[in-house]
Design a protein around this ligand. Structure first.
Ligand code: SF4
Ligand code: SF4
Length: 56
Protein backbone atom coordinates (compact mmCIF):
# COMPACT_ATOMS: atom_id res chain seq x y z
CA UNK A 1 0.00 0.00 0.00
CA UNK A 2 1.13 3.54 -0.72
CA UNK A 3 2.05 5.97 2.02
CA UNK A 4 -0.54 8.50 3.11
CA UNK A 5 -0.13 11.88 4.84
CA UNK A 6 -2.24 12.41 7.96
CA UNK A 7 -3.92 15.61 9.15
CA UNK A 8 -0.87 16.23 11.38
CA UNK A 9 0.85 17.68 8.30
CA UNK A 10 2.04 21.27 8.80
CA UNK A 11 2.74 21.74 5.07
CA UNK A 12 6.49 22.30 5.46
CA UNK A 13 7.31 20.62 2.15
CA UNK A 14 10.21 18.49 3.41
CA UNK A 15 8.59 15.26 2.24
CA UNK A 16 8.08 16.52 -1.30
CA UNK A 17 11.80 17.32 -1.54
CA UNK A 18 12.72 13.91 -0.13
CA UNK A 19 10.51 11.82 -2.41
CA UNK A 20 12.62 10.13 -5.14
CA UNK A 21 9.70 9.80 -7.55
CA UNK A 22 8.04 13.19 -6.98
CA UNK A 23 4.83 11.55 -5.81
CA UNK A 24 4.09 14.31 -3.27
CA UNK A 25 2.39 17.59 -4.09
CA UNK A 26 0.86 20.46 -2.14
CA UNK A 27 -2.85 19.97 -1.58
CA UNK A 28 -5.51 22.25 -0.15
CA UNK A 29 -4.53 22.17 3.53
CA UNK A 30 -1.69 19.65 3.56
CA UNK A 31 0.63 17.77 1.28
CA UNK A 32 -0.69 14.73 -0.54
CA UNK A 33 0.83 11.54 -1.94
CA UNK A 34 -0.19 10.18 -5.33
CA UNK A 35 -0.75 6.49 -4.56
CA UNK A 36 -0.12 5.53 -8.18
CA UNK A 37 3.42 6.97 -8.03
CA UNK A 38 4.49 6.09 -4.46
CA UNK A 39 7.05 3.27 -4.33
CA UNK A 40 6.78 2.94 -0.52
CA UNK A 41 10.40 3.86 0.17
CA UNK A 42 9.65 5.64 3.45
CA UNK A 43 11.82 8.70 2.72
CA UNK A 44 8.90 11.07 3.32
CA UNK A 45 8.24 9.61 6.78
CA UNK A 46 11.91 10.02 7.70
CA UNK A 47 12.01 13.62 6.45
CA UNK A 48 8.77 14.72 8.14
CA UNK A 49 9.16 16.66 11.43
CA UNK A 50 5.74 15.52 12.67
CA UNK A 51 5.71 11.95 11.30
CA UNK A 52 2.63 12.64 9.22
CA UNK A 53 3.32 10.19 6.33
CA UNK A 54 2.63 6.57 7.20
CA UNK A 55 2.11 3.31 5.34
CA UNK A 56 -1.56 2.37 5.23
FE1 SF4 B 1 7.64 9.24 -2.06
FE2 SF4 B 1 8.78 7.20 -0.81
FE3 SF4 B 1 7.05 8.74 0.49
FE4 SF4 B 1 6.17 7.11 -1.40
S1 SF4 B 1 7.12 6.50 0.56
S2 SF4 B 1 5.59 9.26 -1.18
S3 SF4 B 1 7.87 7.15 -2.86
S4 SF4 B 1 9.06 9.38 -0.31
FE1 SF4 C 1 3.54 17.67 5.89
FE2 SF4 C 1 5.45 16.19 7.02
FE3 SF4 C 1 5.43 16.59 4.37
FE4 SF4 C 1 6.06 18.59 6.03
S1 SF4 C 1 7.25 16.69 5.71
S2 SF4 C 1 4.68 18.71 4.22
S3 SF4 C 1 4.67 18.17 7.76
S4 SF4 C 1 3.87 15.48 5.58
Amino acid sequence: MAYKISDDCIACGACAEACPVNAISEGDCKYEINPDECIECGACAEACPVSAPAAE
